[in-house]
Design a protein around this ligand. Structure first.
Ligand SMILES: [Zn+2]
Length: 315
């Protein structure tokens, strides 16, 4: 017998804020959607033409600093990775995201507020089995100094390794099994970060215009760390890279059973990896989850008491 547990939200949730890169205000409403809908974005500030953008890997315009989706009509939405991670991490398979601007609000730079509001609103079960992608053989993409790999695995695992000369970051490495609400417990409140030396260059290129150090991004400046009331985890940067990886992997359109390994990887490389996965014959198969597989999906077993409170501080 099939196991009918696709999920959506019980009701709409609204977020107001500004875009990290554009600096533009946006109101984002995450609405329930039917089974098989997946996740779509819709630009409500554009009146004419096709304003719906499916949250899918083949809609990604590859950029270094955030994930931007663009539809065939050229309508785009930027910085989708943190809301995508929140939906995937809470086990929400179907949602319609309406937004009245070009970029998802950055909130505090993490997915925590998205997770809190989604879970406070509640998860609605739908009468359809969960479909998923099962990685069947290793796929790897690399450049001179970065690499991303997907390996067969009976659950979703994410491993990440970063290395920065900046003394506040240095070498950080972590591996997590994403079952049982791990995302909400371990990753969702880790914030976007950058180095002070990169901020001026980004702003000269019209990026990070909405960035406020310590408020919506952690900024490392030699030994000084602008992190609001402090870092939330001693290895907050690598945890944020894992959050980004979950959000970018969610653009596969279905949950993935596989082990993602990122070595100094980023948004563009994770998207290149998904393209390689879907273009390599026999690398991936679509499966229907039985109860055992469903129990291993991110978001299953997530309980409210494990969701981080507004502020958590370790340093
Ligand atoms: Zn991010």
């Amino acid at each position: 017998m099939r196991h009918p547990v696709q999920n959506t939200l019980k009701a709409a949730v609204t977020f107001d804020g500004i875009g990290l890169h554009s600096g533009k205000p946006a109101k984002m409403v995450v609405l329930p959607a039917a089974a098989q809908h997946g996740v779509t974005f819709k630009r409500t500030d554009i009146a004419l033409g096709n304003t719906v953008i499916p949250a899918r890997w083949d809609m990604v315009e590859r950029t270094a600093l955030c994930t931007r989706l663009v539809n065939a009509a050229g309508v785009s939405v930027s910085t989708v990775e943190h809301i995508m991670a929140a939906l995937a991490g809470c086990g929400v398979h179907n949602a319609r995201v309406e937004i009245d601007g070009p970029e998802v609000p950055i909130m505090d730079g993490s997915s925590a507020q998205f997770v809190r509001e989604i879970m406070a609103t509640g998860i609605q079960r739908l009468h359809a089995p969960v479909r998923a992608w099962k990685v069947l053989k290793p796929v790897m993409v690399e450049t001179k100094d970065a690499r991303a790999t997907l390996l067969p695995c009976d659950r979703l695992k994410i491993s990440f390794d970063i290395e920065f000369a900046e003394e506040g970051i240095g070498h950080q490495s972590r591996e997590l099994d994403l079952r049982n609400g791990t995302f909400a417990r371990e990753l969702c409140d880790s914030r976007t970060f950058c180095r002070r030396v990169d901020v001026e260059e980004m702003q000269a290129n019209g990026l990070a215009l909405g960035g406020v150090p310590g408020e919506n991004a952690v900024v490392f400046d030699g030994p000084v760390v602008h992190a609001g009331s402090g870092l939330r985890h001693s290895d907050e940067p690598v945890r944020h890279k894992m959050l980004d990886a979950l959000g970018d992997l969610a653009l596969a359109g279905l949950p993935i059973f596989g082990h993602y390994v990122g070595e100094r990887a980023g948004h563009s490389m994770t998207n290149t990896l998904l393209r390689a996965l879907f273009n390599e014959p026999g690398a991936v198969a679509e499966v229907t989850c039985d109860p055992v597989m469903t129990a291993r999906l991110p978001g299953q077993g997530l309980v409210w008491s494990e969701i981080p409170a507004q502020v958590r501080r370790v340093a």
